[in-house]
Design a protein around this ligand. Structure first.
Ligand code: PGA
Length: 265
């Protein structure tokens, strides 16, 4: 069963106060929607503890309705890695999900497929969930390389990951040209890319693993385009950037995801 899954990637936005408020408001709203959709938020590192405190308070002693995620991690356990943050340190801040391979880390910061794979494996080995982002640039799309890029990034990012560990992996297909640009893939194009990714997962692992792995769409996802995209058979949720910073924009996307049925694996 593939339960819909929506992530809010706050990137390098918010302040300590606004992060705490946003986490609190989202927790209350998502609690009202119930468990038809899983939700994770990725605040900036310095505000993880403030967000965790807000989620805890707003949950009033109940199970957390939203998970806390980290936008990045470092794969080494400890030591002389100035500026980096280990997975154990993130867990110590209540983080249970790690984002790896985001296009801004690939294309702005310069992370390689090899480093992304090390981070992904380290997160899984620590028992955490991982959301691995993949997707083609505009040049690659125009050159007809979308499927080849996705395949390469899936194979490299998931190298050495077991079928058992795949139960804690979500793929986020985010065409780079659609991120933060207001340009969105058509529902048909996104569906085709997702279905191809699922075929790659079936080749890499097996059919049941491919059938049960959730694949989110990301790139200018908004309340207005979410229902059509999320209705596609292989689109299991969304990774949201800009629209995740305001409850009025984010919650309708969660509602659209919750409205679709759980997909049989
Ligand atoms: P966007 O970002 O929704 O602002 O396009 C998506 C993402 O980068 O995950």
């Amino acid at each position: 069963m593939r339960t819909p899954y929506v992530g809010g990637n706050w990137k390098m936005n918010t302040t300590r106060a606004s992060a705490a408020t946003l986490a609190r408001e989202l927790t209350r709203s998502v609690a009202r929607i119930g468990d038809a959709c899983e939700v994770v938020i990725f605040p900036p590192f310095p505000y993880l503890l403030a967000a965790a405190a807000s989620i805890g308070e707003a949950s009033e002693g109940n199970h957390w309705p939203i998970k806390l995620g980290a936008q990045d991690c470092y794969h080494e356990a400890s030591g002389a890695f100035t500026g980096e943050v280990s997975i154990a340190q993130l867990e110590d801040c209540e983080v249970s999900v790690i984002l790896t391979g985001h296009s801004e880390r690939r294309h702005v910061i310069g992370e390689t497929d090899g480093l992304i794979n090390q981070k992904t494996r380290a997160a899984l080995q620590a028992g955490l969930e991982c959301v691995l982002c993949i997707g083609e640039t505009l040049d690659q799309r125009q050159a007809g390389e979308t499927d080849a890029v996705n395949k390469r990034q899936l194979r490299a990012g998931l190298d050495g990951v077991s079928a058992d560990e795949m139960r804690r992996v979500t793929i986020a297909y985010e065409p780079v040209w659609a991120i933060g640009t207001g340009k969105v893939a058509t529902a048909e194009d996104a569906q085709t890319a997702h279905a191809r990714c699922r075929e790659v997962l079936a080749q890499m692992f097996d059919q049941p693993t491919a059938g049960s792995t959730r694949i989110m769409y990301g790139g200018s996802l908004k309340a207005a385009n979410a229902p059509e995209l999320l209705a596609q058979p292989d689109i299991d949720g969304g990774l949201v950037g800009g629209a995740s910073l305001t409850p009025a924009d984010f919650i309708p996307i969660v509602q659209a995801a919750a409205a679709r049925a759980h997909r049989p694996a």
